[in-house]
Each structure stands twice: as C-alpha cells, then as structure tokens.
Write a protein that binds this ligand. Structure first.
Ligand SMILES: *Cc1c(COP(=O)(O)O)cnc(C)c1O
Length: 425
C-alpha cells in the first residue's frame, strides 16, 4: 500500500492530521480496485455511490474513447451537440411525461443548485412572492453553499453556518411518526406570512443517504407529493443517490408513483465514469423563463455544462439500461443483500438492519460514547486492511455495491463486516 504523505493533494472529507494511509489506486475493473503492487480492494460503496454497473464497463469506456475522436468540449450557451441531444431525448423518454426539459450541469450539488434556482426563478418570473425552501430533517443535498443550506446542519458545515440561508424543516417520517411529518409539511405549505410563503420542497425520495441510510415508506413520499401539489409548492426530487437502480427501481419516485416537478440526477448518470448531472423540470418552470425579455433568461452555467465526452458516457449507460438485463442484476443483488443482512438479524451488536433495493445498512451498538466518535475511522481502517472499501456513516455500516459485484465478492464484504463486529470490544 502506497502512502502519499508527501503529496500536495488536500483530499475531501479527509483529516490529514490523523495520518491515515491513502491507498494509491492504479486501475479498477468490476467491483475491484487494484494498486500498482497488485493489492486489491472490493469497492463495496461504488466509489461513493457513483459506479452502478461496475468499474470500467467496456461499453462506457468504448463510448468515451470514440467521443474523444470527435468532439471534446463545446460552449453550451447557444450551441449544441449530438451526444447532449441524444441524452436529453432519452432522459425525456424514460421519465414521466410531465418532465419536458433537461438542464445540464456537472455534479449532484450543482444539479441541486440549479433546481433551487429554477424554483425561485419560476416564482420570481411569474410575479408571486414565494422564496422559502422546505426540506426534510437529516437530509443531504451536496456541499456547495446552497446545497448545504437545504441539508442538515452539523459538524460538517459549522464554519459556514453564517452563509447558509434559512429553510423550513419537516421532521423525518420515522416509523410511527409519519403523520407528524405530513402534518408539518401541510402547515409549512399553507404558510402565507411574508418570507414564509413556500417556493419548493426538496427531498431525497425513500432513503436519506448521507443522513444515515434512513428509509421511509413510499406512501409517505406519495402523500408529501400530494400535499405540495395541493398548495402549488414545487416538488424537487433529489435522486442524485437514489437514481439508476439503487433502490430497486430505476428511480425511487417510481415506487411511490410520484412525478416530481423538478428532478435532480447525477452520480450513476454516466454509470459512474464521468462527472455529469441533469436537472429535469416540468414545462411551466421552463415556460416561466421563456420570453423575449432577456431579463427572464435562466442565468446559470458551468464551463463544462453538457461536456460531450461525459454525455457520451451517459448515452452508453442508457444503452446498457436498454439492452442489458440491468433490472435482473439489481433484483439479484437486492436478494443477496437481504440474505446477508438476515444472517446478522439476530446479532445484538447489529441494530436496525434495513434494506431498500440494493442498499443494505445496519447500526452498530457501542455503549461507550467516547468510542463512538472514533468508531467510523476504526472500522474504515479495519476494512481497508482486509481488502474491502467500506466507509461507515458514524455508527451506520452500509453496503452499496456496483450491480456487477460477484456473489463471492459480496460474501467477502459481509464477512469483513461480521469480523468487524467481533473486533469491536
Ligand atoms: C452525493 C449527493 C449529492 C451531491 O452530489 P455531488 O456530485 O457530490 O456534488 C446531492 N444529493 C444527494 C442525495 C447525494 O447523495
């Protein structure tokens, strides 16, 4: 394992002061990461939730190579190219009919920023004073200032609190408290006071990822959608993590029969090979910006908006979804995850075993609170030494592998988890 202490790189979410080793990965294939010395790790979290089919999927790699022969990058303000046109058309085809427009950006956070700007732009342009954003407790929507503002506040963003804007927070619909959450959303949607009139509700459908893999039922999501519709509050589904099969269906909203007004997609959009994001919206949101008045233009762009190589990777991903038995792989992985989780169901150290589609999670019980603060880094090191890439969220261990992971590789991941429970005390 190569350590890169001399490197000038400042890594994300990494406390360099702790001196943890930073493996240097040379190549990847399927669910496996390799360093130059031939050491191997099983990527049990899909390289932070992005790799869907598996690393270096041949069709996606080929599409990227082919695109590099034609067009590398193009200004997207007022210009267009075939990979983006094909991708937008296919996204419109596979999503519900009311979603008619596709705006490109380059990460999950920017897709959320775009969604928020679209929502505010809509109300501004139609001349209605609505600007408050409603959010769900424990949510995560990204790390830019706007995305942090609509996410949970805590140690991860304490330094930037002065910059974060005020939002209305709806309680998480935990089991037995679903109605409280719905009542709170109803009240917040009905608010009329100046500064409190709601513009939009943004939500991670069915499962809160970074918040700790917290799952809530489809009927609650459907109810929330109806409440927003009844009050004209725009409903933003952040499917940056849940999209592309993670929850068992292509999109989590599908399980609830929910059609959002605005939909954010990124992570698995390119199968995890290239950075790309889209924000889809209903026609009225686009129409509110459509005018001969330049002041109503949607003023948002990133330099790499709809980069052609990234779009080619996304088109290959959509081809894979169309031509290969992706759903069957997802179903098989979901079953395998359920079986592994069931084996830990009587283990008192593994609490709240839960699963949604291909995502499995459990909470580690540890009576000593002092230990808890160092639990995640200790577990991460334990797994890394055993050839498994897992990254628990606090005391929540979760497995979210690429769909191409083999039964043997998945068994190795769960064996490492079982061993880690034995090593806790
Ligand atoms: C990861 C994530 C984001 C942010 O995406 P980035 O590409 O990391 O900016 C936003 N929303 C959700 C639900 C996510 O899981």
């Amino acid at each position: 394992m190569t350590e890169t202490h001399q490197s000038p790189i400042w890594h994300p979410f990494t406390q360099h002061g702790l001196g943890d080793p930073i493996p240097l990965i040379a190549r990847a294939e399927g669910a496996r990461l390799y360093d130059a010395q031939g050491n191997c790790w099983i990527d049990a979290i899909s390289s932070w939730w992005v790799t869907t089919h598996g690393h270096a999927h041949p069709r996606i790699m080929a599409a990227i190579r082919a695109q590099t022969e034609r067009l590398d990058q193009l200004i997207f303000a007022g210009w267009t190219h075939e990979p983006a046109e094909a991708l937008a058309a296919e996204l419109i085809r596979i999503t519900p009919d009311p979603l008619t427009r596709v705006f490109f950006s380059d990460s999950g956070s920017t897709s959320v920023e775009v969604a928020l700007k679209m929502a505010l732009g809509y109300w501004f342009n139609i001349g209605e004073a609505r600007s408050r954003i409603l959010v769900m407790e424990h949510s995560y929507h990204g790390d830019t200032i706007g995305a942090m503002s609509v996410g949970a506040r805590g140690v991860y963003n304490r330094a930037w609190q002065p910059l974060l804007f005020d939002v209305g927070t709806i309680p998480f619909p935990a089991e037995g408290r679903e109605q409280d959450a719905l009542d709170a959303l109803e009240a917040a949607c009905a608010a009329k006071e100046t500064g409190h009139a709601p513009a939009a509700f943004i939500v991670e459908p069915l499962i809160l990822g970074a918040g700790g893999m917290l799952i809530y039922p489809a009927w609650v999501l459907a109810e929330m959608r109806s409440i927003c519709a009844a009050h004209g509050v725009l409903f933003i589904a952040d499917e940056v993590m849940t999209g592309w099969g993670r929850t068992g269906t292509r999109f989590a909203c599908d399980q609830a029969g929910v059609i959002p007004d605005i939909l954010c997609l990124s992570k698995g959009l390119t199968g995890g090979a290239m950075p790309l994001a889209v924000t889809l919206c209903i026609e009225p949101v686009f129409a509110a910006h459509l005018s001969t008045d330049r002041a109503k233009t949607f003023y948002h762009s990133s330099s790499y908006t709809a980069n052609p190589i990234a779009c080619a990777a996304a088109n290959a991903n959509l081809d894979i979804w169309r031509d290969e038995p992706v759903q069957a792989r997802i179903d098989a992985l979901a079953d395998a995850q359920a079986a592994h989780l069931a084996m830990l169901s009587t283990d008192a150290r593994a609490q709240n075993p839960r699963r949604l589609g291909t995502i499995a999670a459990l909470d580690v019980v540890q009576p000593d609170p002092g230990y808890l603060s160092t639990l995640a880094p200790r577990l991460i090191a334990f797994y890394r030494e055993r050839g498994v890439l897992l990254r628990p969220l606090g005391n929540t261990i979760y497995v979210m592998p690429p769909y191409g992971i083999t039964a043997g590789e998945l068994a190795q991941v769960w064996a490492a988890i079982a061993a880690s429970l034995d090593n806790l005390s």
